[in-house]
Design a protein around this ligand. Structure first.
Ligand SMILES: Nc1nc2c(ncn2[C@@H]2O[C@H](COP(=O)(O)OP(=O)(O)OP(=O)(O)O)[C@@H](O)[C@H]2O)c(=O)[nH]1
Ligand SMILES: [Mg+2]
Length: 597
């Protein structure tokens, strides 16, 4: 199926043309038929000679109903642009074309209607000269009459060609249906209709209604009046919803699949076309929705929109911005582009707040380098850290691997943080050598990380940092000690080679220029085993002692241990306490010890 919306000035014959093409009545309301005026959206469909269905959304041409017109055109990929041969190019011809151009709709046909009333050639030339300058480009044009039927076969074959040239949307694309109509059927309950541009919806699906974010279940699906198990976009769909009152749904709300869209009130956009300055108060239109918004210009052609009502958005989407005041002042059939209608493309549907001074200029500098369809890397760079699920909901694909706990990190920032972490750990070791290491949460605060798992992943990816006993330390060895300290420690270790359990005396430490602090730094680097402020042994003294003590009668007294190790009381007491803490020895109530099994 394909879906096409009409466009064109009031009374130029849009509804009459659909009636002639489809045999269906697009004007649904009695008031519309009485006044011969379309007020709200209408729906009709036909079967093309190929057997494919072509659905139409018929829009009103009257200037007062431009919001309804935009709701009809917003979600569809192609238009049937109608100009009356006897009417010529008129204000809403220009306004509708400006809207189509702002939305970036590039597929369509031009029908010069009422060609039984006037020679269509002049109007056709006039219309094409305008349309050529829009996103529709060189659209084919056909003169028709809804009354005589002239031109209808040609129009039908042009519609067939248009349909055949339309790309087939991805049936697994994220689902978003802008609700354009809601009604209630006795016995079935609430039904909503809309255009499904891509993706698939089916009976039993769970969807979420925006902006309330209520979960609803699809009880039944219809498309063009027929029931279906599931429907692929592009399609017109009618969904019977379970557990929803008619009062809970309205045009402009959307049915989305959970987790696939970013519901947002803040959005950074790039203004398309030549207009670079927006008014401060505008209306944002997308799909069948519209909401008032405040504009903050960030830089040339870049703006932050603060929406009154949250919208479900993706990066790279077109939105239409309308200055509600400007349309009334528009000159009739002016040659200039329709003032007060702007196109914009969504660059970031979840931008960081602009709090610091100069944040707007910084944002503009960053966004100006982004393509209209930003990639995962662009958004990650801006956020530095972002949950994969959150990023996926912005509509980007090709996500990189998370660094930890579902977090995606900007590679440049990650490398910077790794270097910072190594500095922090080293600085902490020097400032507080007696502490066991830098606590993970302190590192997290210092680096401003959103999750402590990121600290652990950062430590694991930083060769000079180790996680030991829940704190961050430098990697062991004398190699990263300052050279004079490394030399003094090497002399100590040489002393200990022959008498490994006879800790060097204060005099010897003094001679080597080693104070309490130096010993702590060396111990932290794993170059020494520090039993107390002034009692140090070689790093492997503990395991060596354990081996020797395992070979004597159990349990043993402190004095028996001292003899077995060839140690002194000054060393053996803190050494045994160290072994107790390591749960290598067990201290009994009578002060004797034994090696634990
Ligand atoms: N003679 C003739 N009259 C036509 C033709 N097409 C439409 N009309 C008449 O023109 C008038 C307006 O037609 P509509 O189809 O209601 O126009 P519209 O564009 O749908 O108008 P809005 O929806 O209000 O914007 C009606 O009286 C139609 O009968 C045509 O091809 N030939
Ligand atoms: Mg009409």
């Amino acid at each position: 199926m394909h879906v096409i919306a009409t466009a064109g000035h009031v009374d130029h014959g849009k509804s009459a043309l659909l009636r002639a093409l489809t045999g269906m009545e697009p004007d649904r309301w009695a008031e519309e038929r009485r006044r011969g005026l379309t007020i709200d959206l209408g729906y009709a469909w036909m079967r093309l000679p190929s057997g494919e269905s072509l659905a139409f959304v018929d829009v009103p041409g009257h200037a007062r109903f431009v919001s309804n017109m935009l709701a009809g055109v917003g979600p569809v990929p192609a238009v049937l642009f109608v100009v009356a041969a006897d009417g010529g190019w008129m204000p809403q011809s220009a306004e509708h074309l400006a809207a189509i151009d702002a939305l970036g709709i590039s597929r369509g046909l031009v029908a010069i209607t009422r060609s039984d009333l006037a020679d269509p050639s002049r109007t056709m030339a006039q219309a094409l000269s305008q349309i050529r300058r829009s996103s529709l480009g060189d659209a084919p044009a056909i003169a028709v009459s809804a009354v005589t039927g002239a031109g209808l076969p040609e129009l039908t074959s042009a519609l067939s060609e248009l349909a055949a040239a339309m790309p087939a949307p991805d049936p697994r694309a994220p689902v978003r249906i802008w609700i354009d109509r809601a009604f209630s059927i006795t016995g079935s309950g609430t039904v909503v209709t809309g255009t499904l541009p891509a993706g698939t919806v089916g009976r039993g699906d769970e969807l979420v209604i925006t902006p309330a974010m209520r979960t609803v279940r699809v009880r039944a699906v219809q498309s063009l009046g027929r029931g279906a198990d599931d429907v692929r976009g592009v399609a017109r769909v009618a969904l019977n919803l379970r557990g929803v009152e008619l009062a809970d749904v309205a045009r402009g709300m959307a049915l989305i699949r959970a987790g696939q869209w970013t519901l947002t009130r803040q959005v950074d956009v790039r203004v398309t076309g030549t207009a670079h300055d927006l008014p401060q108060a505008i209306t944002v239109h997308i799909g069948a929705a519209h909401t008032p918004a405040r504009v903050r210009m960030l830089g040339a052609g870049l703006a932050r929109l603060a929406l009154r009502d949250a919208l479900p958005l993706h990066v790279g989407e077109r939105v239409l911005l309308r200055d509600p005041g400007a349309a009334r002042e528009q000159a009739v059939a002016s040659e200039s582009p329709w003032r007060g209608l702007f196109g914009a493309v969504v660059l970031d549907p979840g931008p960081p707040p602009l709090t610091r001074r100069g944040a707007a200029a910084a944002a503009a500098a960053e966004l100006s380098s982004w393509p209209d369809r930003p990639a995962a890397e662009d958004l990650i760079r801006r956020r530095r850290f972002v949950q994969a699920a959150e990023l996926r909901a912005t509509g980007v694909d090709a996500l990189p691997q998370p660094v930890a706990g579902g977090w995606l990190a900007d590679a440049g920032h990650w490398a910077h943080l790794a270097a910072r972490l190594a500095e922090l750990v080293a600085a902490h070791g020097i400032a507080d050598p007696l502490a066991p290491g830098l606590p993970v949460d302190a590192a997290r605060d210092a680096l401003g990380l959103p999750d402590r798992r990121l600290v652990l992943a950062l430590a694991a990816s930083t060769p000079s940092v180790a996680l030991k006993g829940g704190v961050l330390t430098g990697q062991g060895g004398t190699s990263d000690l300052p050279a004079p300290l490394a030399a003094a420690v090497a002399s100590l270790l040489a002393d200990l080679r022959d008498r490994p359990f006879d800790a060097p005396e204060a005099g010897r430490l003094h001679e080597l220029g080693l104070d309490k602090r130096d010993l702590a730094v060396a111990a932290r680097h794993g170059a020494l085993l520090r039993l107390s402020d002034q009692v140090v042994l070689a790093p492997d003294a503990g395991s060596q002692a354990a081996r020797i003590l395992a070979g004597i009668d159990q349990p043993f007294t402190t004095s028996q241990a001292r003899t077995a190790l060839g140690s002194t009381r000054r060393t053996v007491i803190p050494l045994l306490e160290h072994l107790d803490r390591q749960r290598i020895t067990q201290r009994l109530p009578d002060d004797r010890r034994r090696i634990r099994p």
